[in-house]
Ligand binder design. Structure first.
Ligand code: TPP
Ligand code: MG
Length: 413
């Protein structure tokens, strides 16, 4: 919790993590907010201050009893729910395989979406296929929704001869033009103002294309976030601005990124309707994003969403959270696991069972394994082959600057 820095007696407040290694993590057992607590405003008529209660509360649809209720229930049919479940499982199993590749030296670096699978999957499912996606490294799952071929995703992560960005990007920094999935950027936060800019262009041209973008709690402390909100507030373009509050920015707790009560509330100051949503609740995420899409389509401008979730795994393959948080902190997170929650809901409504679920896991496991083998035929980090060195010089500049040309000639490529 934020508190006075007693170590130095400094006259300012330094945010602190509620629990550190050795502490017993206790988030209070379960959410006090229940499905049905918050109403669903009309997406067209809504004015910003209507959403004040939604910024301090938490929008939920799936209750502790695994039933769906309240005005935010999107009433998806079982087929759509099963699609969501399958896509989330695919992302999780894919991530596990990629981590194994990283640990065995076949690719250099990896970042999982563990515990946050619902974010990219549910929110992308709520959009139209030609809407533009401006992700951070935590939303590769959007590509599964749009049907990207897994082999090509793995080839990118390896940086082999079939990598569509030819090894110029770090692994997980996907780029996929056909899927309207904008290149993931290593300097965090740049995607926010890009999304607002493209949304402004879309509105200017009279096209019905909404942009969606995400950044993390830590990244929201950067200027990029505020520039984007200011433009979104002023020009009211069709954009959905998500702050994924997963409690951590590597080892820095979210209490160091804002002194505000919630991240959602910051949207109100920019006169943008704002919601705080349970990020492990597939149905709530889907529903809030649909609301924002409907509002954007009607020319009513941006929606700001705090996605309240928990980073269940390490930040990346280079990080070990045991150094800065209790090793079992994840188990006491009241939001549970997004895949388990949707699965239990499907059991509850009689649309799914354990046998079918296990079969699905096996089928996806086989699919991922065969994609992995096929991708490795085009090269892996340990054994090559790699894209030719000449690709360092191509496809970055439209007109190659003289000094780059000189370097290319020096290398003889
Ligand atoms: C401009 C910039 N500063 C710092 C970094 C190093 N860095 C990479 S990820 C990260 C933490 C981001 O945390 P958060 O925004 O909460 O996102 P999360 O990883 O939790 O999804 C940092 C500091 C970077 N990549 N770019
Ligand atoms: Mg974070």
């Amino acid at each position: 919790m934020p508190g006075r820095n007693t170590a130095t007696e400094s006259p300012f407040t330094v945010g602190e993590a509620p629990f550190r290694p050795g502490d017993e993590a206790d988030f209070g057992g379960s959410w006090k907010e229940q499905p049905g607590d918050l109403w669903r405003p009309d997406p067209i008529q809504c004015i910003t201050m209507d959403t004040l209660p939604h910024c301090t509360g938490l929008i939920r649809v799936l209750g502790d009893d695994n039933k769906a209720s309240g005005e935010w229930d999107p009433k998806l049919d079982a087929k759509e729910l099963l699609r969501g479940l399958e896509l989330m499982l695919k992302l999780r199993i894919f991530d596990e395989r990629m981590m194994k590749m990283q640990r065995t030296g076949l690719l250099s670096f990896y970042m999982r979406s563990l515990g946050e699978e619902a974010v990219a999957i549910a929110q992308t499912m709520a959009l139209d296929d030609n809407d533009w996606i401006f992700p951070s490294y935590r939303q590769p799952g959007a590509q599964f929704v749009r049907g990207r071929d897994m082999v090509s995703m793995i080839c990118h992560c390896i940086g082999n001869t079939e990598d569509n960005v030819k090894g110029r990007q770090m692994p997980v920094h996907y780029s996929w033009k056909e899927g309207h999935f904008i290149s993931i950027s290593s300097p965090v936060g740049t995607q926010f103002s890009q999304a607002v800019g493209v949304a402004m262009a879309s509105a200017y041209k009279g096209e019905d294309q909404t942009c969606i973008t995400w950044l993390g709690d830590g990244t929201s402390a950067q200027g990029d976030y505020h520039y984007a909100l200011n433009f979104a507030s002023t020009f009211k373009p069709p954009v959905i601005l998500n702050v994924v509050n997963n409690q951590w920015a590597i080892s820095t707790h979210r209490n160091l990124a804002t002194g505000g009560e919630t991240f959602a509330m910051r949207g109100l100051a920019y006169n943008i309707p704002s919601f705080r949503v349970d990020g492990n609740d597939f149905l709530a995420l889907y529903s809030v994003t649909k609301w924002a899409r409907e509002r954007a389509r009607a020319g009513k401008g941006a929606t700001h969403i705090e996605v309240y979730t928990y980073r269940a795994g390490a930040h990346s393959s280079s990080d070990d959270p045991v150094a800065y948080r209790p090793s079992d902190e994840e188990k006491s997170w009241p939001g549970g696991d997004p895949i388990e929650r949707l699965k239990e809901h499907l059991y509850e409504i009689g649309a799914w069972n354990e046998e079918k679920h296990n079969q699905m896991i096996d089928r996806i496991g086989d699919e991922v394994m065969s994609a992995y083998k096929e991708a490795c035929e085009f090269g892996d980090l340990a054994n090559g082959p790699y894209p030719p060195a000449s690709t360092i010089f191509t496809e970055v500049y439209e007109k190659v600057p003289w000094h780059i040309q000189e370097q290319r000639e020096e290398l003889g490529k």
